[in-house]
Design a protein around this ligand. Structure first.
Ligand code: 13P
Ligand code: SF4
Length: 302
């Protein structure tokens, strides 16, 4: 079937079933055509609390869909494929986290939303790349166990006086951006602004003009008169920027990077998801209630 026809069919069935499609910026651009909202992890969590639709089809990775369910247990939350699973979210488990907490009983646990529901349930508060610094500085504890991204933890450390105990997780996409290559690219384009996602290594973050979440990058480009940008994040952001700002020039920082898990979702799978109501995302109630507290607390801070 032609893409255009499939897009029409999805938009029709979506209306018939009173469904909404929430999509992360890293999705394939074809998904943008059927999305009701495209955003970063923070924007998507907020949007999930605001929708009146009965069904949420979540075009993103597993932890994002889980968060949508945690916040909306009365709704049907669907993810088009079970293969869209963030490897970084799997890098921290409850037992190891409890062991670390036992060694630091006075520390608060701040978990990046890139975690399982079970880990969120162990946490005092969640954060996203858009609000991590604000969240850490908003809580009373002076000692903080920060899971799972060590790069985001390092970035937060440079913006707080609190003691941060980082977990040793990382994102395979962002960890690869190299400071040497970024310096070379900047030499070729001295008039370009460097925008960096805080999941990048500290040496890359140090070279940034701005450190921003995915939506933060798009807003920054919208509000800035500069024409050229070097962007250190997943390719989806560059694809979205090219669509929105065809008059501007964007380079992905070398060696580039694609989140294979985000790209597992296709228009065909979105249609099947709506037609067959698959695959339902559910979190056991005892975990959901505790995880919701950590998410709600974040949403109340920022
Ligand atoms: P954002 O918070 O910018 O959406 O990033 C989420 C993510 O998974 C980055 O790799
Ligand atoms: Fe996870 Fe990295 Fe993909 Fe984001 S880009 S979803 S952190 S693997």
């Amino acid at each position: 079937m032609e893409k255009k026809d499939l897009i029409e069919k999805i938009n029709k069935i979506k209306r018939e079933k009173n469904a909404v499609i929430l999509a992360h910026v890293y999705q394939r651009p074809e998904i943008y055509n059927v999305a009701d909202f495209i955003g970063d992890s923070y924007g998507l969590s907020k949007k999930a609390t605001e929708t009146e639709a009965e069904i949420i089809v979540f075009c993103g990775v597993d932890f994002m869909a889980e968060s949508a369910y945690i916040l909306n247990p009365e709704k049907t939350v669907l993810i088009p494929t079970k293969l869209a699973s963030c490897p970084m979210a799997a890098m921290v488990d409850v037992n190891s986290l409890r062991k670390l907490k036992a060694q630091h009983p006075n520390a608060a646990i701040v978990s990046y939303v890139n975690t399982t529901a079970a880990v969120k349930a162990e946490s005092d508060i969640c954060c996203t790349s858009a609000n991590a610094i604000k969240v850490v500085n908003s809580i009373p504890e002076e000692e903080i166990i920060f899971v799972p991204d060590s790069n985001l933890a390092n970035y937060v450390m440079t913006h707080t006086d609190k003691k941060i105990i980082p977990w040793n997780g990382w994102c395979y996409v962002h960890n690869k951006f190299s400071s040497e290559e970024l310096v070379k690219t900047k030499k070729l384009h001295p008039d370009a602004k460097i925008l960096v996602h805080p999941e990048c290594i500290p040496e890359v973050v140090d070279l940034a003009d701005e450190v921003l979440s995915t939506t933060g990058m798009i807003n920054y480009v919208r509000q800035n008169s500069v024409k050229k940008f070097i962007i250190a994040t997943e390719i989806g952001v560059i694809e979205k920027l090219l669509l929105e700002f065809p008059e501007k020039i964007f380079f992905q920082a070398p060696p580039g990077g694609t989140c294979l898990q985000m790209k597992k979702i296709t228009l065909e799978l979105v249609f099947a998801s709506l037609e067959k109501k698959q695959f339902r995302v559910v979190v056991p109630e005892n975990i959901r209630v505790r995880a919701k507290k950590a998410l709600d607390r974040m949403l109340n801070v920022a």
